[in-house]
Design a protein. Structure first.
Length: 108
């Protein structure tokens, strides 16, 4: 009787997250995946006082571009930038952005 199913694996099994990351990278979608993860943790990383006044617009090559409600909030967020980047590092690990570029713009 023939044996069916996948061949036996060698080495340690890979986690689903590792497999998905590898597939996204192979397809050239790893930056898109990083942007989606950024959106999921943004409010938590900024906190309830800052998050309503700033929205990420995207991430490319480790730099987050974000719109800020007005110049007063931009100044406040610039002062908080090291703390925000550290919070994103805690949330995202190696996929965290290395810089944050802010501009006054529409939130929505």
């Amino acid at each position: 009787m023939a044996k069916h199913g996948p061949p036996p694996r060698k080495g340690q099994p890979e986690g689903v997250g590792d497999l998905i990351s590898g597939v996204l990278e192979d397809l050239g979608l790893d930056e898109t995946s990083a942007s989606v993860r950024l959106l999921k943790v943004w409010d938590r990383a900024l906190g309830p006082k800052l998050a309503p006044h700033c929205r990420p617009e995207g991430m490319r090559r480790g730099v987050v571009r974000a719109d800020v409600r007005d110049s007063a909030w931009m100044q406040r967020l610039q002062l908080e930038k090291p703390r925000i980047l550290e919070a994103l590092k805690r949330e995202l690990g190696d996929a965290a952005p290395t810089d944050l570029r802010l501009r006054v713009g529409k939130l929505g």
